[in-house]
Design a protein around this ligand. Structure first.
Ligand code: KG4
Ligand code: ZN
Length: 338
């Protein structure tokens, strides 16, 4: 079969990203222009600023992705773009660009769900990973436990009832003075701390495999307030380590329970929080203990990127699932219903 070259575009939050991927798994380029330095000034992503920065950068990011891949626009087979979930302004920038690009070059357009993109990121470095498998997607906006039954076929078995795990990392980092983006900073600080220093609650949601992080977040805030009232000094590394341990315990407990019930032989992690060192090692241990294959993207493919969108686009391309020029951004797009 002829090689299929897909240009993937991602702009759902604060990364302007584009990549070219061959046949869904062979990453020819991956350009990511992060806005972290700008949003750090405000302690979090400012949607309006993010939209404007995407507009400024998207042209150059796409040109660089084609150049790095050594692919000319006429060699592309399709353009895939994230159309949700995410921030509506940033989504619209990517979607509008992709529509114009596809129209101008008479290329098929493929709208991709961002969460599906995170799952497909795992295929890129794990050429032998094939459905069915269980996947835990943990990012700034989502915490989803999904059974990947086939390419593009998902069963949502657990999700957060309130905050996403990454959101909790970001909020707690802010209140303990580590700043934005919180996840990597807590990960680093935790290495110097004692994970058993403070016992924070492990919250689960209403369904068997659901998650909840808002109670944990409140518990950390209450702990900080009570230390302040008593005039007690706090240890940032100890709080970071104890909080991180609480999050990872909940994530791995639900994943372990699902592995035992569903009997999947492969397990994958994905999304920004999947770069967390404790999360990676604990989930790997659960898999090794059960003789289950463990698959993880390298950190650059855990955070938002265009390659994951191009990969997801490929699996839609081969099924003929194209979008038309009415494609719009959908801020609360679901991966699947349950
Ligand atoms: O997937 P992603 O890039 O964007 C969304 O789709 O949300 O995930 C970003 C999230 C942020 O909340 C960030 O703090 C978190 O991933 N994150 C981490 C780490 N690296 C990024 N959380 C914990 N530990 C890390 N090392
Ligand atoms: Zn993401």
């Amino acid at each position: 079969m002829k090689d299929v070259l897909i240009l993937g575009i991602e702009s759902s939050c604060d990364e302007t990203a584009a990549a070219v991927v061959k046949n869904g798994r062979d990453m020819l380029s991956n350009v990511i222009s992060s806005q972290i330095d700008i949003h750090t000034l405000y302690g979090g992503v400012v949607p309006e600023i993010a939209s404007r920065k995407h507009i400024e950068r998207i042209n150059q990011v796409v040109s660089q992705a084609l150049k790095d891949a050594g692919v000319s626009p006429s060699e592309l087979d399709a353009v895939a773009v994230t159309y949700g979930p995410g921030l509506i302004g940033p989504l619209l920038t990517g979607v509008s660009f992709a529509k114009a690009y596809a129209y101008a070059r008479s290329l098929p357009l493929i709208g991709v769900n961002h969460i599906e993109g995170h799952i497909c990121a795992v295929y890129i470095e794990n050429k032998d990973l094939r459905p069915a498998f269980l996947c835990l997607i943990v990012s700034g906006g989502h915490t989803h436990l999904v059974r990947v039954k086939d390419y593009g076929e998902y069963e949502l078995i657990g999700r957060t009832m309130d905050d996403a795990a990454g959101e909790a990392f970001d909020k707690i980092a802010r209140v303990i003075g580590l700043g934005y983006p919180g996840g990597p900073k807590i990960d680093r600080a935790a290495k110097e701390g004692d994970p058993d220093a403070v016992v924070f609650p492990r919250g689960h949601g209403s369904g068997e495999y659901d998650f909840s992080f808002s109670g944990l977040k409140s518990a950390v805030l209450n702990y900080l307030n009570s230390c302040e009232m008593k005039g007690e000094r706090i240890s940032v590394p100890d709080i970071a380590a104890s909080f991180q341990k609480a999050v990872v315990d909940v994530l791995s407990a639900n994943a372990a329970k699902a592995l035992d019930s569903f009997g999947d032989k492969s397990f994958a992690i994905a999304g920004g929080v999947a770069s967390n060192s404790l999360f990676r090692s604990e989930l790997e241990k659960e898999c090794v203990r059960r003789g289950v294959g463990f698959f993880k993207p390298s950190p650059v493919l855990c955070t938002d990127n265009g390659a994951m969108i191009a990969s997801a686009g490929y699996f839609k391309y081969i099924k003929g699932e194209f979008s038309d020029l009415n494609l719009n951004g959908v801020a609360d797009l679901e991966l699947c219903l349950r």
